[in-house]
Design a protein around this ligand. Structure first.
Ligand code: SF4
Length: 259
């Protein structure tokens, strides 16, 4: 099975296509993945942990101490991070101390490397929790997933492990106002005997309608970068992604392609 896992709480800085020099903060277990989704393109591989299984998450105090050490070490060096990025082996907002961890991170960033942005890459599955929503309102780059414009397409690509209602999700995203970046990955291929393709004219049209309705600060459009757990997926080329980005820009919303 394909799968690339981070083996530390704090990793990098890595050169990110989207965020520059990015110091990663992994709130999930090291050496295994924990997520509320099971995306067919996930770099970490298939989601193995299910509800009811015990997963060991890093403690808030340990994350804060490790982050402080890294920021002191990297400050004023050529590796000084542009972004402190919550990403890693799954969905960061699942951590029960997410709110406090964001508070600690903002404090440390302000004290040590004020130019660094605090970024969260999320699938949006925990936005119903008021503390998660409020914390995301405080970060610089609140990056939420939208990989299709139809519920059926999202179910096929992202495989949410709990109930998912696209209309509710869109309404929740709208509550962020402009404090929101949408990330969308485009792909096509086969999953078993089912065709999966969010690049058709109809699919892009449906997605664009939602993006326009949500009206985020901007949209990150990207393609598969590493090996995917589902075989038979095609990496979409830059020209095709640029054509999608142009439609977003024509609708009056900024868009950037990362491919
Ligand atoms: S939401 Fe992110 S971590 Fe979770 S399965 Fe999808 S790509 Fe992987």
């Amino acid at each position: 099975m394909a799968g690339f896992l981070f083996d530390d709480m704090i990793f990098g800085p890595v050169k990110s296509r989207r965020l520059g020099k990015s110091l990663g903060i992994n709130l999930l277990p090291t050496h295994s993945k924990a997520c509320s989704y099971n995306c067919i393109y996930c770099e970490c591989g298939w989601t193995g942990n299910r509800r009811g299984m015990n997963i060991e998450l890093p403690l808030r105090a340990d994350i804060s101490a490790a982050l402080e050490e890294a920021l002191i070490r990297l400050k004023d060096t050529e590796m000084q991070p542009d972004s402190l990025t919550f990403a890693g082996n799954g969905e960061p907002t699942m951590h029960p101390e997410f709110e406090g961890i964001i508070e600690d991170t903002i404090k440390l960033r302000n004290a040590l490397i004020p130019s660094a942005k605090v970024s969260v890459l999320s699938n949006g599955s925990m936005l119903h929790k008021p503390a998660v929503f409020a914390s995301l309102m405080k970060v610089d780059n609140n990056i939420q997933k939208l990989d299709g414009g139809r519920e059926e397409t999202i179910r096929l690509i992202n495989m949410p492990l709990k109930a998912f209602r696209l209309a509710e999700y869109v309404e929740t995203l709208k509550r962020f106002g402009h404090n929101l970046i949408i990330q969308s990955l485009f792909l096509r291929g086969k999953l078993g005997d089912r065709i999966v393709d969010n690049t058709t004219r109809e699919e892009v049209h449906a997605w664009l309608n939602l993006v326009t309705d949500i009206n985020p600060a901007y949209v990150m459009i990207y393609a598969i970068e590493r090996e995917t757990p589902a075989g038979n997926l095609v990496r979409i080329g830059r020209d095709e992604l640029e054509a999608i980005a142009k439609q977003v820009r024509d609708a009056g919303i900024e868009a950037e392609v990362y491919a």
